[in-house]
Write a protein that binds this ligand. Structure first.
Ligand code: GLU
Length: 498
């Protein structure tokens, strides 16, 4: 009877064109649990809701999993080159290709009296719902068609009358199951509706398909979002009617927005695509979402995927929803950015830089870009930030006398300060324009009790901004000629002003 010789866990998204960050986290937990137990991670596509299909979704799902380095062992996998293929002995792994299986299993339920045909019209169902609402009852199907004789059902089916198949939920029973996160759950069967199993278009509903597939694919653990917890009693009944062994259920808590409501499209960027576009690194996103709802029970904060595979344990999953903290994500992303070599970081930033350069009609070379990204690496939180404050590297700023002044300095003192820097820098050789040398030489001539008197005007003269990297770094990026030219320009403008 044991259906589960091996840990087999599936991620079962619907191909609706959009991967929510919550879906990615479910996929991650499913994958981690499978790996932790030396099992397989499967990808099954649940496309029974034909109205919501978006072409290209399966490729997008695979691309996203690949981006975060989650490897699919079985099911729908990326093909070499383009598209996808199905791999494994339990296929097909796309539900729309399994319609006969659902029909066959539904027939078995009908034969045993656990399911029945329902011919009720939309109008009758709407009326029923209104009446129940007026009586402040939960809307439920009233089993009207259960009383039809088998001859009558046969006649109406032969006549091609539109119908669905419903689950015959028994009354007066307690439906009980254990969830690995939420514990023991008991529900009175009276509160469970006679769920539609096969829709009028002949497609199964999610509830039937998920149970049939999880069983036939020998899925050992059903890992999915907390949203599905209220549907699980219906699934439990199906397992019972089929006389199938239950898998383990692992419902994972919702991800909440700042308003403590479930993170949704409306609460902002929740599509994984958006995080990708903004320049969050996959390793940061994985680390961050792993900790959203799961506690490693150690002080460790940074986890690579390989470390998570070892450390993950469903006992650390929380029951309560986890609030998505963008600040923490930014902070984590900045950490992973700092781990990149300058070359890796430039390669990651290149698409953003290229777009910026083209838009601003700037011609430059890699030597300069390498330096810019090296200086900026410690300052950006996400890759798209790289182009936020880099105009001054390409365009000399317009001197602003007020901004150039350090504290209570007079304009005469300001000119003196800038000339002091200018003289020193003019005497340095081009090859001495590196951060260490520039810093050492400038600090030598700065007044040690008030370094700002030298460094502030110099920094503002080269950057044109109140906040920027250090003057040493900027002078290194700009090179000798450009640095000197900006200093001269600043001095001239103060003289003209005075
Ligand atoms: N297709 C369902 C979803 O996208 C899967 C739920 C489950 O894993 O059972 O949420």
């Amino acid at each position: 009877m044991n259906n589960f010789k091996k840990t087999r866990i599936r991620f079962a998204p619907s191909p609706t064109g959009y991967i929510h960050i919550g879906n990615l986290r479910t996929a991650l937990y499913a994958y981690l649990l499978a790996k932790k137990e030396q099992g397989d991670f499967l990808l099954r596509i649940e496309d029974t809701d034909q109205a919501r299909l978006v072409p290209g979704s399966i490729e997008k799902i695979l691309e996203t999993l690949n981006w975060v380095k989650i490897k699919v062992d079985e099911g729908v996998v990326a093909a070499e080159g383009e598209g996808f293929v199905e791999k494994g002995d339990f296929g097909p792994y796309v539900q729309s290709k399994r319609l006969e299986l659902y029909q066959k299993h539904t027939q078995e339920l009908i034969n045993k009296g656990h399911a029945y045909h329902c011919f009720c019209s939309r109008e009758r169902l709407a009326e029923l719902r209104e009446e129940q609402q007026a009586r402040r009852e939960a809307p439920m199907y009233d089993k009207h068609c259960l009383s039809l004789s088998s001859e009558e059902v046969e006649k109406r089916l032969t006549a091609g009358e539109k119908h669905v198949v419903r689950l015959n939920v028994p009354r007066g029973e307690l439906i009980e199951f254990k969830d690995e996160v939420y514990g023991k759950i008991s529900i009175k069967s009276e509160t469970v509706d006679d769920q539609v199993l096969i829709k009028a278009d002949g497609f199964p509903t999610y509830h039937l398909a998920v149970v049939v597939d999880d069983y036939l694919m020998k899925i050992s653990h059903v890992v999915r979002g907390e949203d599905w917890l209220p549907s699980t009693p219906k699934h439990i009944l199906l397992y019972k009617f089929f006389n199938w062994e239950l898998p383990k259920f692992v419902h994972v808590p919702n991800i909440l927005g700042g308003n403590r409501k479930k993170l949704s499209k409306r609460s902002g960027d929740v599509s994984v695509d958006e995080f990708m576009k903004k320049g969050y690194l996959p390793e940061a996103l994985v680390n961050f979402i792993a900790l959203l709802g799961w506690n490693p029970k150690t002080e460790q904060e940074y986890f690579s995927l390989a470390e998570l595979e070892k450390a993950f344990n469903p006992e650390g999953l929380h029951k309560a929803g986890a609030v998505f903290d963008y600040k923490k994500l930014d902070w984590m992303n900045a950490h992973y950015i700092k781990q990149k070599t300058n070359e890796e970081f430039l390669a990651l930033c290149r698409p953003y830089l290229e777009e910026y350069l083209a838009k601003n009609n700037i011609k430059t070379n890699d030597d300069k870009l390498v330096k810019i990204v090296e200086v900026e690496k410690g300052r950006v939180k996400k890759l798209s930030d790289i182009v936020e404050n880099i105009d001054f590297y390409f365009k000399a700023p317009q001197p602003d006398v007020k901004m150039l002044l350090w504290k209570k300095m007079t304009e005469v003192e300001l000119i003196e300060s800038l000339k002091k820097s200018l003289d020193l820098l003019s005497d340095l050789a081009e090859e001495d324009f590196n951060v260490a040398k520039l810093q050492a030489e400038l600090l030598k001539i700065a007044d040690s009790s008030d370094r700002g008197a030298l460094l502030w005007p110099l920094r503002v003269a080269v950057s044109g901004a109140k906040k920027s990297p250090s003057p040493f770094e900027i002078a290194w990026v700009l090179g000798k000629d450009e640095t000197i030219s900006r200093l001269e320009k600043a001095i001239k403008s103060i003289e003209l002003n005075g």
